[in-house]
Design a binder for this molecule. Structure first.
Ligand SMILES: NC(=O)C1=CN([C@@H]2O[C@H](COP(=O)(O)OP(=O)(O)OC[C@H]3O[C@@H](n4cnc5c(N)ncnc54)[C@H](O)[C@@H]3O)[C@@H](O)[C@H]2O)C=CC1
Ligand SMILES: O=C(O)C(=O)Cc1ccc(O)cc1
Length: 364
């Protein structure tokens, strides 16, 4: 066996990372401790992990990576128990949605040389090992928050590891992480939950609102179905940022109310126009502008013959393909043909050409 990797908590995120490692590094030895014995039994039975641990024990000694993937307060609480099992080479990491609290505890316990915080910006409203899958982290940003005393070589190794698992590493300061995710992730979850509860509390006797809730409502409230314990802990641990952000956001809502009360045509139009322009400018794929890949996606009916036909169309128009293959990812769960090019011009030329041949092309 090559490397040994340990997991504490093997739910949606821990399970997805473990499955991605299994897929891309089949000779690595994986072991896990989870408070749920059923989860561990299933993970062994499915062949995701080799060893299930009934506590944080000797098995964790000699791991090259240890991933803390339980709800955040437990991750922090387990640091003390782990300390004795870490070799100087071990990279200790977590996947928690809040970073300052765990970094502060790492500093207090003198574990900075080992710790690099981690946060895959992927997930869903579902939870548990049963819902985990390797594609969950594919093409998703994976934020790394290195401790001040961790060696650059360790950060580089972790960054390469994340890339090998097909996610997109990005390095951030842990405090900046909590400020940014407070707005783009924690605030939306609070808005979604409070909006759903608002409908529940103000609905008519015969629950007309519940019955009639349409696409828009469902789009922006999907995440209200997320794990209550996870979001309770996020709000408790990122209290300062969330409180300030909520305060600012309430001011924005007040301004929207003023615009309605005052029948301000200009303000109302600007609000919807500005949001439309900005939302339309956001990249659809999580890869975003930071790491630009020139790829398009295309529906094909028959995999084998279909790929050959497309390759011929592109080659006969002097468009070189960098990579081609069927992918199943978060955006295209049913599977789609992904074609990657060397530059933007080739990608747009190919899209135009394939559309002419009546293919359904997605440029994301
Ligand atoms: N769900 C999401 O979309 C995302 C979650 N995260 C972070 O990932 C972490 C885990 O979240 P999920 O995988 O979604 O949750 P989950 O509920 O799917 O998995 C948590 C796992 O930890 C285990 N666990 C709970 N308490 C434990 C304890 N005291 N000791 C050992 N194991 C324990 C549970 O049995 C479960 O298997 C959280 O810290 C969360 O902030 C990060 C990115 C996305
Ligand atoms: O399902 C979604 O859209 C999410 O927002 C998932 C998510 C939840 C928590 C995180 O820390 C990161 C991503």
């Amino acid at each position: 066996m090559a490397e040994k990797i340990g997991f504490i908590g093997l739910g949606l995120i821990g399970g997805s990372i473990a499955k991605a490692i299994r897929q891309y590094f089949p000779d690595y030895e994986l072991l896990a401790f989870d408070k749920s014995k059923e989860t561990l039994a299933l993970a062994v039975q499915e062949g995701t992990i080799h060893t299930s641990c009934s506590s944080i024990d000797e098995n964790f000694r000699g791991c090259s990576y240890i991933f803390l993937c339980a709800p955040i307060a437990y991750n922090t609480a387990y640091l003390t128990q782990l300390k004795d099992f870490l070799s100087p080479e071990c990279i200790l990491t977590d996947v928690g949605s809040v970073k300052t609290s765990i970094h502060e505890e790492v500093i207090r316990l003198g574990m900075e040389e080992n710790f690099i915080g981690g946060h895959p910006m992927a997930g869903s409203e579902k939870s548990g090992f049963v819902n985990s899958k390797p594609v969950l982290i594919e093409n998703a940003y994976y934020i790394l928050t290195p401790s001040a005393k961790v060696l650059k070589e360790k950060v580089e190794a972790y960054r390469n590891f994340v890339e090998a698992l097909k996610a997109l590493p990005i390095i951030l300061d842990y405090e900046e992480h909590d400020y940014v995710t407070g707005t783009i992730s924690h605030l939306p979850h609070i808005i979604a939950s409070s909006l759903v509860n608002f409908v529940h509390d103000t609905d008519t006797k015969d629950e007309l609102m519940k019955s009639l809730a349409a696409g828009g409502f469902k789009d922006i409230t999907r995440i209200a179905s997320s794990s209550p314990i996870m979001w309770q802990q996020i709000c408790l641990k990122n209290k300062k940022n969330i409180s300030r952000i909520l305060g600012d956001y309430i001011e924005v809502l007040k301004r929207a109310k003023d615009a309605v009360d005052e029948e301000s045509e200009q303000q109302l139009y600007s609000m919807f126009e500005d949001s439309k322009d900005y939302r339309d400018s956001m990249p659809n794929s999580s890869a975003g502008p930071i790491k630009k890949r020139f790829a398009l996606y295309c529906d094909i009916i028959d995999e084998a013959g279909g790929i050959a036909t497309i390759a011929t169309i592109l080659a006969s128009n002097n468009i070189s393909i960098k990579n081609i293959g069927i992918v199943h990812n978060r955006e295209f769960e049913e599977g789609v043909l992904r074609i990657e090019f060397y530059d933007e011009t080739s990608s747009s030329k190919a899209a135009e050409l394939l559309k002419k041949y009546r293919y359904i092309v997605y440029e994301v």
